[in-house]
Design a protein. Sequence first.
Lengths: 236, 366
Amino acid sequence: MGFDWANWLGPAEWQAVRLSIRVSFWATLVSLPLGIFVAYALARWDFWGKQVLNGLVHLPLILPPVVTGYLLLVTFGRRGSVGQFLDEWFGIVLSFRWTGAAVAAAVMAFPLMVRAIRMAVEAVDPKLEAAASTLGASRPWVFLTVTLPLILPGVIAGAILAFAKAMGEFGATITFVSNIPGQTQTIPSAIYAFLQVPGGEEAASRLVIVAIIIAMAALLLSEFVARRVARVVAGS
Amino acid sequence: MTLQVSLRHSFKGFTLDVAFSAPPGVTVLYGPSGSGKTTLINTVAGLLRPEQGRVVAHDWVLLDTQTRRNLPPHKRRLGYIFQEGRLFPHLTVRQNLLYGRWFAPRDARTESLTRVVEMLGIGPLLDRRPGALSGGEKQRVAIGRALLAAPKLLLADEPLAALDEARKAEILPYFERLRDEVSVPILYVSHSSAEVARLATTVVALKAGRVAACGTAAQVLGDVAAVGARAAASVLSARVLAHHSDGLSELTTAAGALWLPRISDQPGATLRVRIAAQEVILSRDAPQGLSALNILSGLITDIRLGDGPGALVTLAIGDERLSARITRRSVQAMGLERGQRCHAILKSVAVAPEDVGTGRQYKVAE
């Protein structure tokens, strides 16, 4: 008697799992270059408005998620200033779409990503970068050949942390893009929806187990990869 | 190629204001810590922008604050050897060595990896990472990495300061080889009088942000006002005559024969020998029944009385100058005066192996 893994989750549950992974994957991937850039700028440069940028990046961490979601709705909604512009010029609509869920997840996960990468940048000795520049490497080359390889463990840790955060994002997502099955219903929204109807507990608990498995897998993977990269980077 | 440097930069309670030119060969920036040496070399490297300054390599302007020209470090074609090596920890020794070469113009890559690896004896290390190297090995790789960047100018900021005595003795000969075999001019920062004596073609002595003296190693180390009484020394050019069975080597100098503990160089080799002024004893009469093997006689050319109890007496012996650091009391008791004949006494063992280097001394600043 085998256990039927494929049909363990119902179609609606599968949909939520697939959507969550898709949303989190794209949220992490697209925000990663920006995250590295902002982390580097905050760690290394002195510029006007640095504290403002720092505050802005960290705001989603301390604001109620509903407030962040509402601000996203006001800005990126169809009637919002940026939303209107994106719609008219590029035909991009974020509200009530999975892309909007990805934006909400990315914004919420951004502070965690930046914090992890910034710590890695601060640990890189600027003297190594100076040495690279005396050897003929221009600034972009110094970054690509010295800084980036050395902060790689931090980048990986930041990306996994952001992915896990994106998987669990609920408040901002539901406020910004609502809870539409197949469109914007991620695992947390689905769990919430199942708990609202009588007899939905069983489906909800299955999704809870899936959420725990994905979170643990992400954590173990990040530990494993970061440790391997750290060994290469440490140079022994 | 001659490098010309002038700069002015204020720090808290201290202004660096220097100008000097570095002819081909090794120019040592010599002075105590806090005299501005590292600021100077970092200005030449482009890692630091002074308030006012001008750095010109032959006819190539690297920095001129008046015309607002300031080439970034990566366009200056340098090889910089740092005190701490600064090898890239994530790259292998081979990748470290080839890092600068990759950015160098194709037609400038004259040094081959094979030659540099052989010269520095780092063949067995190529596939290791810097974390697995000793301090001396790291510094040899750092030298190779700088050389392979096909530099127009080599910079070295106290490259031996972080090493113990044995490792210093291991690395110093490589810098002598660079001076004698590689045509690239070298700017070398040091606070060690022994390194100055062994390496310098030209010495620029710095003191509290000013150039205190500039000239050959013998000229500058003999200038007690510039280098201080403790560092005062003579630098003699010598040739190895023979090695004797009792463990001593016999050398000839323009000042006469010198007997030193066994030297590794072959008979016929040209050497520079540093004799610290505080190791030299003076006698007015020819000494008799002394254990010291080296007794050189000459005429007193200069007597400098210090502020403290010391004095520096310089003798002309043949074509050479030999300085002795004695007390003012002795100067008075012996009645020393310029033009008098005097005997300088030096124990063989007072000259340490680190005081003996290869290569002739440059008589005139070229």
